[in-house]
Design a binder for this molecule. Structure first.
Ligand code: ADP
Ligand code: MG
Ligand code: MG
Length: 938
C-alpha cells in the first residue's frame, strides 16, 4: 500500500484521460460524489441499500436499480455492487485491484453471508451468488454474467441436502461450471455442449430436463475433466477465488469485441467501465412451483399500454432470453401462480410510477415467492417512444416537458421509414407468422449469416437477415439488414431487443421456419428458400411472406404529402403533438439544407422555418443544364462566358423562385458557387478514351476537335488539391460575372415574388471566406446587382449578405469579417476538414484505427469535435458579436442534424441549425432537449 502511494509516476489511464464526449443528458440527475469517501463497494440488503437511483455512474444501471428497489422495500435478493471506479482502477493498475479493495470485498462477502444466513462452501446451507455485469448504459448481452457461483464438490452436496433435490443441485453445478468455464476460463461453449450431448445420448435423454441426477453428476464430472484438460488445472473449488476470477472476467468483458462494437454504435464512451453486482442466488429452476421471467410494463414495440412479458416454469434466468425453450406469455402466469402474478403486477406498476418511465424488469419465483432481479427503463422503438410519451401526458403522469425527454431525438427517424403498400401486401399469401418484435416493413434478399449481410449490403443489395436466433456478435449484420427474422426466441430475445433499439423491423420466433444455416437454405411449409431469394415481413403484425413487396412512405410522410388526413393517422397526430411541445421549449431555430423546390416544401412540412443552405451548384446538374455550365467553364474569354451565363440565368431564377415560394417568406440562404470547376467537366481519363476511339475509327472531325478542346481545358483546370484549390469565393473573385449572374437570378426571383405580394427574405452567402477583403470584393458585386435589379423591377426587398465560416482563418478573424458579413453560417464540414487537416473523403482509411486506439471517440464529421473545431465556432461567435451585436448565426454543416452537436450549438448561442429535410424532426426535438438541459452560455 505504502509503496503504491510513493510511486512517483502514475500510469495514465488512456481510457480515463479521454474526455467524455458530451451526450445530451437524458434526465437531469444529481450525481453523488463517491470518490471522496474512497468507497468502491455498495451493499443492498434487507430493505436498505448504500446506493440509489442517482448513482448510475458509479453503480451502473443494474446496480442502481437493485439499490433503488431494495430501498423501496421490494423483494430483492441481497448483495453488493462493485463500482465502475473499481473497474477503471483495475484496468489502470494492470488488471488487478489494490489490496484495500480486495479487503473491502471480503468484508462485504462476510456481511452477505450474515444477511443471507448461509456460507460460501457450506455443506449444509451454501451461499450461492450471481456475478453480474452492469454498465451505466445497458448493453444487452454484450458483457458476461455468471450464475450459481459458490458451488464446489462439497457445496453441491449441501445444496442437495438443503433442497432435498439432487437433480436441481447438480443441474445448478453443471450450469455454473459451464458458465465459469466459458466466461472466466475462456473454454469454447461448444466443448461443454459436446460433453453434455454425449451424456444425454448415453442416457437416451432428448431434452435437458430428461436427464436425472445421475446424468447430471456424470456431466459435472466430464465438465471438470474438460476444464483440467483445457487449463491444466482442476476446477477452482474455493468460492472466494471463484468470485475474484468471475469479477475480473466481468471487468474484462467490458473490452470484448462485441461490447466495443456496441459502444461505437451507440456512442457510449469507452472510459466509463462496468460495475459488477454480486447477488445471492434465488432459484427459478428448483421445481414446478418456481419460474423465471422478464417483462415490460408496456409494449416496447408499439407503446400500447398493456403488461407485456414472458416466463418459463422451472427455469433459470438465462433460459428465457437464450431462445432455447420458447417462453410463455406472461398472462398465463396468472393461472399458474396467481399470487406471485398479482404481486408482480403491483410491483411493476409501482416501479413505472416511481421511475416515471416504462420499466423492463426481470423476476424469479422460487417456491411461489417472487423476487425482483432487475429494473430499468425499457428500450423501445421510436414508434413506441412517441406513443408512450404522449400517453403519459394524456394520463396526467407528467408534463409535456418531461415527456419530451422520454424520446431520443434520433429515434424519430424510425417513424419516417417505409410501410408496405396494403394492396401489394395482400397479393401474397402468408407463409408463416412470428412474434411482432419491432415494427416496420422489411423486404429483402435472404442471407443467413451476418458476414454475408454485410458483404451483400456493401454491394448495394437489400438483405433480410434470417437466423435461428441472433447472438451479440450479429449486430453488424443486423445493422445493415432491412429486417431481422428468427425462428426461435421470444419478444425479449436478443434479436427482438436489439432490433427494436436499432429501429430495424424484426419478427422473431417464427418457429415454422426450418433454417439450415450451414447449407444456407430455409424451408417453410413445402417451400424452400435459398440465399438471395426475396422475403418480406411486417414487424407490426408478425406476418412473413415469400417474395418482394413494394413499400411506400410511412403514414407521417403520407399525411405531410396530403395523401392522408391527419385524423386518419394516430401516429401522425402524436408525432406532431410531441414536436409541437418541442417547438415551445426550444430556442434554436431549425432550417433545412435544400436546393430544390420540392425538397424545400418537404422541409417546410417537417417544420423547418427557413433554408440554411441552398447549394446553387446542385442546380447546375439538372437536365439540360450541364452543357451550358460546361460552355461557361470552357469559355476562354469574358464575353463567351457571359453569353453562357446568360443562358443559365433564367434557369437559376426559376429554381430560386420555387425555393423562395416553398419557404413562405422564411429566410432562404443561397450560397454562391462553391466547388472547383472541374467537378462539372468530364473526367480526363474518359475523354482520352473517347478521343482514342474516335481517332481509331476515323470518327467525326468536329466531334474529335470538340473533345480535344475539352481535354485541353480539363488539363488546364486540373488541380493537385482541389478541395484547397480554385473554389468558393476564389471563383467569384476570378470570375466576377458568375457572382453577378447568380445575384441577378436571386434578386430577380425575389422581386418577382414581392410583386406577386409574397414575402421573401434572401440571404446571399459567400463560401470559403478566410479574409475580410474576399468578402468585401463579393459583397460589392451583390449589393450593386441587388440595387440594379430592384431599380429595374421597381420593388424594394430586404436581404442580407453574409458568409460561411469554414476556413480556420475565417473563424480566427471573425471580428474583421463581421465588418462586412451580416450573418455567419458555420460550414462545419469544411471547418472540421481544415481544422483537423482530415480529408473528408479519405478519413475512412484511418478513422477505425483512431477509434480503436481511442485517439478519437467519434467521427468528427458526424458529431462535432467540441474541444477543437467547436472552439473555433465559439470564438467566431464571440468575435462576430463583438463587431456586430445583431449578427445572425447559424450552422449548415452535416452536424446541424446531429443531436449531440445540436446540444453544443445551443450552448454556444447560435440562432439556428440547418440540416437535411428528413432530419428536421430530429433537430426540433434535439433542440428542445438541449434547451431543457443546458443554458446558452453555460
Ligand atoms: P443481463 O444483463 O445479460 O440480463 P443479468 O446479470 O441480468 O445479465 O443476468 C442474467 C440472467 O440471470 C437474468 O435472467 C437474471 O434474471 C438472472 N439472474 C441474475 N442474478 C440472479 C440471481 N441472483 N438469482 C437468480 N437469477 C439471477
Ligand atoms: Mg438482465
Ligand atoms: Mg464548404
Amino acid at each position: 500500500m505504502a509503496k503504491k502511494t510513493a510511486k512517483p509516476v502514475k500510469r495514465v489511464n488512456p481510457v480515463k484521460a479521454a474526455k467524455p464526449a458530451p451526450r445530451p443528458a437524458k434526465k437531469p440527475v444529481a450525481v453523488k460524489a463517491a470518490k471522496a469517501a474512497k468507497k468502491y463497494i455498495y451493499s443492498f440488503a434487507d430493505g436498505k441499500a448504500e446506493g440509489d437511483r442517482t448513482m448510475k455512474d458509479i453503480l451502473g444501471g443494474k446496480g442502481s436499480g437493485l439499490a433503488e428497489m431494495t430501498n423501496a422495500g421490494l423483494p430483492v435478493p441481497p448483495g453488493f455492487t462493485i463500482s465502475t471506479a473499481a473497474c477503471n482502477l483495475w484496468y489502470a493498475e494492470g488488471r488487478r485491484l489494490p489490496q484495500a479493495i480486495e479487503d473491502e470485498m471480503t468484508a462485504h462477502v462476510r456481511k452477505l453471508e450474515q444477511v443471507a444466513g448461509s456460507q460460501f462452501g457450506s455443506t449444509s446451507n451454501p451461499l450461492l451468488v450471481s456475478v453480474r455485469s452492469g454498465a451505466k448504459f445497458s448493453m444487452p448481452g454484450m458483457m458476461d454474467t455468471i450464475l450459481n457461483l459458490g458451488l464446489n464438490d462439497a457445496a453441491v452436496e449441501g445444496l442437495k441436502a438443503r433442497t432435498s433435490n439432487g437433480r436441481f443441485a447438480y443441474d445448478s453445478y453443471r450450469r455454473f461450471i459451464q458458465m465459469f468455464g466459458n466466461v472466466v476460463l475462456e473454454i469454447p461453449k461448444e466443448k461443454f455442449e459436446h460433453e453434455f450431448e454425449a451424456v444425454k445420448h448415453a442416457h437416451r435423454a432428448k431434452i435437458d430436463t430428461d436427464l436425472g441426477e445421475d446424468g447430471l453428476k456424470e456431466t459435472v464430472a466430464r465438465y471438470q475433466a474438460l476444464v483440467r484438460k483445457e487449463t491444466g488445472k482442476p476446477f477452482p473449488q474455493d468460492p472466494v477465488q471463484q468470485l475474484k476470477a468471475a469479477r475480473d472476467a466481468v471487468f474484462r468483458s467490458w473490452n470484448n469485441d462485441r461490447a466495443i462494437k456496441y459502444r461505437r454504435m451507440y456512442d457510449i464512451p469507452d472510459h466509463i467501465g462496468t460495475a459488477v453486482n454480486v447477488q445471492k442466488m434465488v432459484f427459478g429452476n428448483s421445481g414446478e412451483r418456481s419460474a423465471t421471467g422478464v417483462g415490460f410494463t408496456r409494449n416496447p414495440a408499439t407503446g400500447e399500454n398493456r403488461f407485456f412479458g414472458e416466463f418459463l416454469v422451472n427455469a433459470q434466468g438465462e433460459d428465457v432470453v437464450a431462445g432455447v425453450r420458447t417462453p410463455r406469455p406472461i398472462d398465463e402466469l396468472k393461472d399458474v401462480m396467481p399470487k406471485a402474478y398479482k404481486e408482480l403486477r403491483a410491483i411493476t406498476a409501482r416501479l413505472e410510477k416511481h421511475y416515471n418511465d416504462i420499466q423492463d424488469f426481470e423476476f424469479t419465483i422460487e417456491d411461489e415467492k417472487l423476487y425482483m432481479l432487475q429494473t430499468r427503463s425499457g428500450k423501445r422503438t421510436g414508434y413506441a417512444a412517441v406513443v408512450i410519451a404522449t400517453d403519459f401526458v394524456a394520463e396526467k403522469r407528467m408534463t409535456p416537458r418531461d415527456a419530451l425527454l422520454l424520446v431520443e431525438p434520433a429515434a424519430l427517424s424510425q417513424l419516417l421509414s417505409p410501410v408496405f403498400d396494403p394492396a401489394e401486401w395482400k397479393k401474397l399469401p402468408v407463409a408463416t407468422r412470428g412474434l411482432p418484435a419491432s415494427p416496420g416493413a422489411a423486404s429483402g434478399q435472404v442471407v443467413f449469416t451476418s458476414e454475408h449481410a454485410v458483404a451483400w449490403a456493401e454491394q448495394g443489395k437489400k438483405v433480410l437477415l434470417v437466423r435461428k436466433e441472433t447472438a451479440p456478435d450479429d449486430i453488424h449484420g443486423m445493422e445493415v439488414a432491412q429486417g431481422i427474422l428468427t425462428a426461435t426466441g421470444g419478444m425479449t430475445s436478443h434479436a427482438a431487443v436489439v432490433g427494436r433499439q436499432m429501429g430495424r423491423p424484426s419478427v422473431v420466433g417464427a418457429s415454422a421456419l426450418r433454417i439450415d444455416e450451414k447449407a444456407k437454405v430455409c424451408a417453410v411449409g413445402d417451400q424452400t428458400l435459398k440465399e438471395g431469394d426475396w422475403l418480406s415481413f411486417d414487424g407490426l403484425t408478425g406476418e412473413v411472406k415469400i417474395g418482394k413487396v413494394a413499400t411506400r412512405p410511412s403514414e407521417i410522410l403520407q399525411v405531410l404529402a396530403g395523401e392522408m388526413q391527419p385524423q386518419q393517422s394516430d401516429i401522425y397526430r402524436r408525432f406532431s403533438t410531441l414536436l409541437g411541445w418541442a417547438d415551445k421549449v426550444r430556442t434554436l431555430g431549425i432550417r433545412a439544407n435544400a436546393d430544390q423546390p420540392d425538397q424545400s416544401e418537404l422541409a417546410y412540412a417537417f417544420g423547418a422555418r427557413g433554408i440554411g443552405l441552398c447549394r446553387t451548384e446542385h442546380m447546375f446538374f439538372g437536365e439540360g443544364r450541364i452543357e451550358k455550365v460546361q460552355r461557361m467553364i470552357l469559355a476562354d474569354n469574358e464575353q463567351d462566358r457571359r453569353a453562357a451565363l446568360a443562358e443559365l440565368l433564367p434557369l437559376q431564377r426559376g429554381d430560386f423562385y420555387g425555393v423562395f415560394k416553398a419557404m413562405h417568406g422564411e429566410p432562404v440562404t443561397i450560397r454562391t458557387i462553391d466547388p472547383p470547376l472541374h467537378e462539372f467537366l468530364p473526367k480526363r481519363e474518359d475523354l482520352m478514351v473517347d478521343i482514342a476511339k474516335l481517332e481509331a475509327r476515323g470518327g467525326d472531325a468536329a466531334e474529335l476537335a470538340g473533345k480535344k478542346t475539352l481535354l485541353h481545358r480539363v488539363e488546364q483546370l486540373h488541380e493537385f488539391n482541389p478541395m484547397l484549390g480554385h473554389r468558393g469565393v476564389r471563383l467569384g473573385i476570378t470570375y466576377p460575372e458568375i457572382t453577378e449572374m447568380q445575384a441577378r437570378a436571386i434578386f430577380e426571383a425575389a422581386c418577382q415574388l414581392a410583386k406577386e405580394g409574397l414575402k421573401v427574405l434572401p440571404e446571399v452567402m459567400i463560401p470559403l471566406v478566410g479574409h475580410v477583403k474576399e468578402l468585401r470584393d463579393q459583397k460589392l458585386i451583390v449589393d450593386r446587382v441587388a440595387a440594379e435589379v430592384m431599380k429595374e423591377q421597381q420593388v424594394r426587398i430586404k436581404y442580407l449578405v453574409g458568409t460561411m465560416i469554414e476556413v480556420p482563418r475565417g473563424a480566427v478573424t471573425a471580428d474583421e469579417i463581421a465588418q462586412e458579413a451580416q450573418f455567419f453560417s458555420f460550414g462545419t464540414n469544411d471547418l472540421t476538414q481544415m481544422t483537423f487537416g482530415f480529408s473528408r473523403d479519405d478519413i475512412g482509411k484511418f478513422l477505425g484505427v483512431y477509434q480503436e486506439r481511442k485517439i478519437l471517440d467519434r467521427d468528427p464529421f458526424q458529431s462535432i469535435d467540441t474541444v477543437g473545431v467547436g472552439q473555433l465556432v465559439a470564438m467566431a461567435v464571440e468575435k462576430g458579436r463583438r463587431t456586430r451585436p445583431d449578427i445572425k448565426l447559424g450552422v449548415c454543416g452535416e452536424h446541424g442534424g446531429d443531436p449531440s452537436s445540436i446540444h453544443f450549438f445551443h450552448k454556444v448561442g447560435l440562432k439556428y441549425v440547418s440540416c437535411s429535410p428528413y432530419r428536421v424532426p430530429v433537430a426540433r426535438l434535439a433542440a428542445a432537449h438541449a434547451a431543457l438541459s443546458v443554458k446558452v452560455g453555460d
